[in-house]
Design a binder for this molecule. Structure first.
Ligand code: NIG
Ligand code: FE
Length: 411
């Protein structure tokens, strides 16, 4: 099957087809402000892969099964959402109302709500029903341009509950038309019965859950909610070390609510990414500077919880890369809408539209080790692409906030 897209107003995030040039695997610092493009372009897709592209002035003789006239439309790589919790059983709108009245996210968690509330609901839910509603969420975010996604466990908090979540993620992997990666996040909160036996829960994760999860090949990454009041540095250390023994690279929640040392711990364990980063100062930036760990910012969660935003400018101006992800979950960010995330990143984090789009394409792919398959327009890469509505510029995507720029997602 061959699809030819012609008369593209502007084809964005293009890499040169020159085989001597180095492939782009991530962009950092000043380079984040640039998105290479070709105006009045064509793109051809053969069996799901990008087969070629260029300027309409040099369109070769081609036959195709489908020809799409993209006059007035932009084409760009689909979003890679590298941090979500879309497998959950119930919304938490009651807690949302409590927070409006002044009860904090941490206080709700201390009272046994929050993640524990989601865990109770998830353990009660039948696996098929959980799969069906998670697939609905996945389909909805694809309609907003998401072309690859990471999904975490972490609402099971029992051996069976975690296995159930990871099996649901595996079914999504098998059946969804986009790449899906799974992270094992049993260390999301201490279940109520381990409230006074934290060591017992750590042992359960390390001695029982990890061997089962890894044995069945259910996870790609190891995640920990490293935070004061959740899993401290010492516990995170042990958990990440245990994950590595099974080949699970760390991808952790760090520095959301406190300067907890989570970023440094992630870097120490060679984490693929450290995610959240509301609390980032010089020490965190310095530590990231000497690593290949990707800083992943989740401003949708900061927006929804009404807490401080991540200092994206400081991180980029320090020459580092920045990745953006939604954190779609029922507590701190019940939205997987990447276009809206881009608007928040531009208006609140003061990222330019180009920086924000780099953060959810090329850097999103890097945060999931998909940089050789996705994230840029390059011959041989997967053709997971967005064809936009008729829009005047790339900046129009975050400008037109709350609206969906996607005319068609090809994947
Ligand atoms: O990334 N911070 C930890 N985990 C999720 C929220 C989980 C929840 O509230 O259900 C997050 O924000
Ligand atoms: Fe999260």
């Amino acid at each position: 099957m061959r699809t030819l897209i012609t008369k593209i107003k502007e084809l964005h995030q293009t890499e040169t087809s020159d085989t001597n040039s180095k492939p782009i695997t991530r962009v950092a610092g000043k380079a984040m402000a640039e998105i290479p493009s070709i105006k009045d372009a064509w793109l051809v897709i053969e069996n799901g892969l990008i087969q070629g592209f260029g300027s309409m002035a040099e369109l070769p003789e081609l036959t195709a099964d489908e020809v799409i006239d993209a006059s007035g439309r932009m084409v760009l790589p689909a979003w890679v959402d590298s941090h979500t919790h879309i497998v959950f059983a119930q919304p938490r709108d009651g807690e949302f109302t409590d927070r409006i009245k002044g009860v904090s996210y941490e206080e709700i968690a201390r009272r046994g709500g929050g993640i524990l509330n989601s865990a109770t609901k998830l353990n009660e839910m039948d696996e098929d029903a959980l799969y069906a509603q998670s697939l609905e969420r996945l389909t909805a975010v694809m309609n907003q341009g998401t072309g690859a996604i990471e999904i975490k466990s972490g609402y099971g908090l029992t051996l069976e509950g975690e296995m159930k979540m990871l099996r649901v993620i595996r079914r999504l992997k098998e059946n969804a038309p986009i790449p899906v990666k799974a992270s094992f996040l049993a260390a999301h909160a201490y279940p109520a019965i381990y409230k006074n036996d934290k060591e017992g829960y750590i042992r359960l994760i390390i001695d029982e859950m990890l061997p089962r999860v890894a044995g069945e090949g259910l996870a790609d990454y190891m995640d920990v909610f490293c935070e004061d009041g959740f899993f401290g540095i010492e516990e995170t250390d042990r958990l990440l070390e245990a994950g590595w023994k099974y080949g699970l690279k760390p991808k952790i929640h760090a520095n959301q609510l406190h300067y907890s040392g989570g970023v440094q711990t992630g870097v120490k364990h060679n984490a693929l990414s450290v995610d959240h980063l509301e609390c980032v100062g010089e020490a965190e930036i310095e530590s990231l500077r000497h690593s290949s760990t990707m800083p992943v910012l989740l401003p949708g969660a900061a927006f929804f919880l009404g807490i401080q935003y991540q200092p994206a400018r400081r991180i980029i101006d320090a020459g580092l890369p920045v990745c953006l992800a939604t954190d779609y979950n029922p507590g701190s960010c019940p939205s997987g809408n990447v276009p809206l995330l881009l608007s928040i990143a531009c208006t609140q984090l003061k990222m330019s539209p180009e920086e924000a789009i780099n953060a959810v394409t090329v850097n999103g792919a890097a945060a999931l080790e998909l940089e050789h398959e996705l994230g840029t327009i390059k011959t041989g890469k997967k053709a997971n692409i967005i064809i936009t509505n008729k829009i005047p510029s790339l900046a129009y995507i975050p400008y037109d906030y709350g609206n969906n720029p996607v005319y068609r997602l090809i994947c």
